[in-house]
Design a protein around this ligand. Structure first.
Ligand code: SF4
Length: 339
C-alpha cells in the first residue's frame, strides 16, 4: 500500500527516520582567480520525510544538489540553515558516532571506494574496529555472517579487491555498510559503475536486504529506470529545490512538474542506462551561482508562462504529494495555458 493510500485509508504510517526541515547549504565560491567569492546555494530549503522501510529515490541532473543533500544526511556536511532530524532528534544535537552507526553509505564506484592494499576481511571489519564494536575475536565471525548475507563466499575474507569482479566488489561495499547494522543506507548511484549484466543483481540484493533487515534507503540516481525498480517514492530535484515529490507509481504514470516530464521523456529513448541526457531539455543546466529569476526552470520549460520568470512558485501539497509549479497553483496559474 502506498503512503498516499495509507493516509487516505487511515492506516498508521511508519515512523519517520529522517526528516529534513527547510534544509539549505550555501557555499562561497569564486568564478575566477580575481573575482570575489559569491554564494552558491547547492541545496535551497529542502523539506522531506523518509519513513521506516521506505525507499526514497532522489533524482535530478548532475549539479542539482542531490549529492550535497546526501553528504548532509551522512553528517559529512553541516546545513547552513534548517534542520535534519534522525529518529526525531536534531542531528546537530546527536552523538556523531551514534549517527554514523545508524546511517551508512554505499558509494557509486566499488573500484575506488575499497582500499586495494587491504584484505576484504579488513575492509569490512573497519567500521567495527573504528567504533570499537566487539573485540578482535568477534570481528571475523561478524564479517563471515555479513558475507553470507550479501551472497559472497567466506573464502573472500583473505582476498584483495583486485581479485574480485565489479559485482563482488559492490557486494563488499554493501557488506561494509551493513556490518554496523544501520537503520538507513544512503545509496549514491549504487550500480552506475557496474556492467549492465550485474546491475540488476545488485538492485535485487538491495531489495532483499531491505526486506530481511528492515532497512530504509535513500537512493540517489540519475537513472530513472533504477529508481522505478526499487523506490517507493521519488523526489525530483532541480537547482537545489525539490520541485516534485510523490509515490513512484504516480511519478511514472501521472507526473505533474514539466521538469519531471522532461526527465521521463529522456528515459524513453532506445538507449536505457544512459541516464538523463540534456538534449530534450533544450538549453544547458543553468549556472547555480546566478540562477534564473522566478521559477528557476523557466528558461528550459516548454510550459513557461509570462509569470514564470517573475514569480517563484510556492510549494503546494495535496493528496498526490508535493509540486512547485504555477500550472497547479490556482492563485498564479494562467488559465490560458493548460497543463
Ligand atoms: Fe514551467 Fe512555469 Fe511551472 Fe516553472 S512554474 S515549471 S516555468 S510552468
Amino acid at each position: 500500500m502506498s503512503q498516499q493510500q495509507s493516509q487516505s485509508s487511515g492506516a498508521a504510517l511508519p515512523p519517520p527516520v529522517l526528516e529534513m526541515q527547510d534544509v539549505t547549504k550555501t557555499y562561497m565560491v569564486k568564478r575566477g582567480i580575481f573575482s570575489p567569492k559569491q554564494p552558491l546555494r547547492a541545496v535551497n530549503g529542502v523539506t522531506l520525510t523518509v519513513r521506516k522501510g521506505e525507499v526514497l529515490g532522489l533524482v535530478g541532473e548532475s549539479g542539482c544538489g542531490k549529492s550535497t543533500l546526501a553528504k548532509m544526511l551522512l553528517g559529512l556536511e553541516t546545513p547552513t540553515a534548517g534542520e535534519i532530524l534522525i529518529d526525531g532528534i536534531p542531528a546537530h544535537l546527536g552523538d556523531r558516532i551514534a549517527i554514523s552507526r545508524r546511517i551508512q553509505p554505499i558509494f557509486q564506484d566499488p573500484y575506488s571506494s575499497l582500499n586495494p592494499r587491504k584484505t576484504i576481511g579488513s575492509i569490512i571489519s573497519l567500521p567495527l574496529r573504528v567504533h570499537k564494536v566487539g573485540d578482535p575475536s568477534s570481528w571475523r565471525k561478524s564479517v563471515e555472517e555479513i558475507l553470507d548475507i550479501v551472497g559472497l563466499p567466506r573464502r573472500v575474507y583473505e582476498s584483495y579487491p583486485n581479485q574480485l569482479s565489479g559485482g563482488q566488489r559492490q557486494r563488499v561495499a554493501i557488506a561494509r555498510a551493513l556490518i554496523m547494522r544501520p537503520e538507513v543506507v544512503i545509496c549514491d548511484e549504487p550500480t552506475s559503475a557496474l556492467d549492465v549484466s550485474v546491475q540488476s543483481q545488485i538492485l535485487n540484493l538491495l531489495m532483499d536486504l531491505r526486506e530481511e533487515l528492515g532497512l530504509t534507503y535513500v537512493l540517489i540516481s540519475h537513472n530513472l529506470a533504477v529508481v522505478e525498480h526499487i523506490a517507493t517514492k521519488v523526489a525530483v530535484m532541480y537547482l537545489g529545490r525539490i520541485v516534485e515529490e510523490t509515490g513512484t507509481e504516480n511519478l511514472f504514470e501521472r507526473s505533474r512538474h514539466p521538469y519531471t516530464r522532461a526527465l521521463l521523456d529522456s528515459v524513453l529513448t532506445p538507449e536505457p542506462g544512459l541516464g538523463v541526457p540534456d538534449s530534450n531539455l533544450g538549453i544547458a543546466f543553468p549556472n547555480p551561482i546566478s540562477p534564473p529569476s522566478g521559477c528557476t526552470f523557466h528558461p528550459r520549460c516548454v510550459k513557461a508562462m509570462a509569470q514564470c520568470s517573475q514569480i517563484v512558485p510556492r510549494p503546494l501539497t495535496d493528496e498526490l504529494g508535493h509540486v512547485e509549479c504555477h500550472l497547479y497553483d490556482p492563485e498564479t496559474r494562467d488559465n490560458t495555458a493548460a497543463a
